[in-house]
Write a protein that binds this ligand. Structure first.
Ligand SMILES: Cc1cc2nc3c(=O)[nH]c(=O)nc-3n(C[C@H](O)[C@H](O)[C@H](O)COP(=O)(O)OP(=O)(O)OC[C@H]3O[C@@H](n4cnc5c(N)ncnc54)[C@H](O)[C@@H]3O)c2cc1C
Length: 421
């Protein structure tokens, strides 16, 4: 095997990225990212699938990744179009022997790989390792087909058989770029002017900047602040930059892996002492793993039946933050203005749509998909299913939003911040 194409998707980093670790370095390496044009123009639930906040973060991540690849003798090619068709064309043009692509949890992502397999010459090897999660499928304490319907059962098994491998370091150098291959990425202004000009509302007190180095910086900052020592007490916060790790955008785009965060928390515990609180970050990463494996088990069912129903007035009021329920309206306005929302606010907004307004959970999930910088198929659709009580866990999560507002926003700071204009 001598000419490798790495098809990058949700794994925009060098460290702990199995796709970029070679026991026997190939003769040439072509690293490719293809932005699916449909995400910017096809409509799902009345909206395009990728909003400007996520697209800006993605582009920053790609620019940063290109810099890292260049400094190791490689490069990055970014295209717009149908990812499978683009990758298949490049394989043919550059006479590629192996395509490496991460095995993602989402059904659409795995269908894309199956489609590619059908397009490729049988001589071309397709290698699809796991990546980004705490466990690989082979190290899971439970087979994916036997995944229990409740997270607690999964967690208990995972904790009993706890062996999370350490993150791999970034490669020092990489194989050369194929001589005749194009390089680089188009400017964001030529892809989407709205995304190029997008800036978060300052009331969110945070600007997520894409890229591996920025992700590592955020992690280091959170640890230096002593965040793990109080995470369990602060994680339900609504205002401020540091009540939770805010690592989700970097994890979702793969600028960081869950193992890197796990290693960093364990190293922090070695210096400062382990506690229930520091463990709780790992507990949340386990939730992330659980949704990942559940998505793999559920396949197309993850997204619920299709097609989606038409958007009605209740949904529109919810999306615009005009339901009349202050906590929910504040959350929906924060989401639209910043591309991010705390877990507490997400739960309340989702519960209110489904259990109080009688809205369709799939339309809520589609709106979150568009707005969230940290959108991740398994976590988003999995959490929505969980709140709505569809699929594997039918209990549903109904929140008493008025009670929640009194408990988590007793002085009304959050609501005032987002509803005052
Ligand atoms: C309706 C709904 C939709 C959601 N959509 C997404 C999504 O698209 N992408 C996403 O990353 N998270 C999603 N979440 C989960 C969670 O709200 C966010 O991961 C979290 O708020 C991100 O903030 P943080 O990085 O500060 O998290 P922290 O509280 O600091 O947790 C650390 C990390 O653990 C993971 N994590 C924490 N809680 C969850 C959870 N419930 N499910 C899965 N992973 C979790 C995240 O990767 C997070 O970065 C959703 C939750 C709800 C209720």
């Amino acid at each position: 095997m001598s000419r490798v194409l790495v098809w990058l998707r949700g794994d925009l980093r060098l460290a702990d990225n199995p796709l970029l670790h070679f026991e026997h370095p190939p003769e040439s390496l072509l690293c490719v990212y293809v932005l699916d044009r449909d995400w910017l123009r096809a409509f799902d639930g009345g909206v395009t699938r990728m909003g400007p906040a996520r697209l800006r973060f993605l582009w920053e991540s790609l620019i940063a990744l290109r810099g890292e690849l260049l400094s190791r003798g490689s490069d990055l090619l970014v295209r717009l179009g149908d990812p499978v068709a683009e990758v298949a064309r490049l394989v043919e043009r550059h006479r590629i022997d192996q395509v490496s692509v991460r095995r993602d949890a989402g059904w659409e992502e795995s269908q894309a790989v199956s489609r590619l397999a059908r397009c490729l010459d049988p001589e071309v090897r397709l290698w699809c390792p796991d990546g980004g999660t705490l466990f690989d499928e082979t190290r899971l304490p439970i087979a994916v087909e036997a995944l229990p319907p409740s997270f607690s059962a999964f967690r208990r098994r995972a904790e009993r058989h706890w062996v999370v491998p350490s993150a791999m370091p970034a490669p020092i150098s990489l194989p050369p770029w194929p001589e005749t291959a194009s390089r680089g990425l188009p400017p964001l202004t030529s892809v989407c002017t709205e995304a190029a000009g997008w800036r978060p509302d300052r009331r969110g007190e945070f600007d997520f900047v894409g890229g591996e180095a920025a992700g590592r910086e955020r992690l280091a900052h959170y640890l230096a602040l002593g965040g793990p020592g109080r995470y369990k007490q602060t994680r339900n916060g609504l205002c401020g930059p540091d009540f939770s790790t805010r690592l989700s955008p970097w994890l979702a785009h793969g600028c960081l892996s869950a193992r890197q965060v796990h290693d960093a928390v364990r190293a922090w515990e070695n210096h400062h002492g382990a506690s229930d609180s520091s463990y709780w970050i790992v507990f949340e990463l386990l939730w992330r793993d659980y949704f990942h494996w559940a998505a793999r088990q559920e396949g197309a069912a993850l997204y619920g039946p299709r097609p989606l129903p038409a958007v009605n007035e209740a949904l529109e009021t919810w999306r615009r933050g005009r339901t009349g329920m202050p906590l929910v309206d504040a959350a929906m306005r924060e989401l639209a203005a910043t591309g991010w929302l705390s877990n507490r606010a997400r739960q309340n907004a989702a519960s209110y749509l489904v259990h109080e307004l009688g809205g369709d959970w799939r339309l809520g999930a589609a709106w979150f998909e568009r707005c969230l910088i940290d959108y991740d198929a398994a976590s988003n659709w999995g959490n929505w299913r969980y709140v709505a009580g569809v699929g594997r866990d039918r209990r549903g999560q109904r929140f008493d939003v008025s009670w929640q507002a009194e408990r988590y926003d007793p002085r009304g700071h959050y609501v005032t911040r987002w509803l005052s204009t």
